[in-house]
Design a protein around this ligand. Structure first.
Ligand SMILES: Cn1cc(C(=O)NCCN)ccc1=O
Length: 115
């Protein structure tokens, strides 16, 4: 096949992996803080501190709207969820621990799928 065709196949495989990974993130027992956008009206300081909010439902919407070029751009948004969580929450808190658990799960899972 041509290089372009191979690239297209890679993107297809990459996007299939995004769907698998996102479904597993959403199904994880520690996903609850990340399933929907943080309600900045209910969480004082969030809008000021977190410049680029991100959550799993927004990632799902972007995936459905074909806004991820490949697995890499998808991984950037997933890591944004966990980086925001670390910035706003103490490590020794319910949500802080959930964020660390979810990041570890995600890192192990996508490397498994890619290796
Ligand atoms: C990720 N994150 C979630 C919340 C939250 O309250 N989520 C709603 C749970 N029902 C607050 C701060 C934060 O960083």
């Amino acid at each position: 096949c041509t290089k372009k065709a191979k690239m297209a196949k890679d993107n297809t495989n990459g996007l299939a992996m995004c769907r698998v990974l996102l479904a597993e993130l959403e199904a994880h027992q520690d996903a609850w803080p990340f399933l929907t956008p943080v309600n900045h009206k209910a969480v004082p300081g969030y809008r000021k501190v977190i410049k680029k909010p991100m959550d799993f439902s927004t990632i799902r919407e972007k995936l459905a709207n074909n806004q991820y070029l490949n697995l890499e751009t998808f991984i950037i948004d997933v890591n944004l969820v966990f980086d925001n969580c670390e910035k706003f929450n103490e490590d020794d808190s319910e949500i802080g621990r959930a964020g660390h658990n979810m990041r570890r799960f995600f890192d192990e899972r996508w490397t498994e799928l890619l290796m």
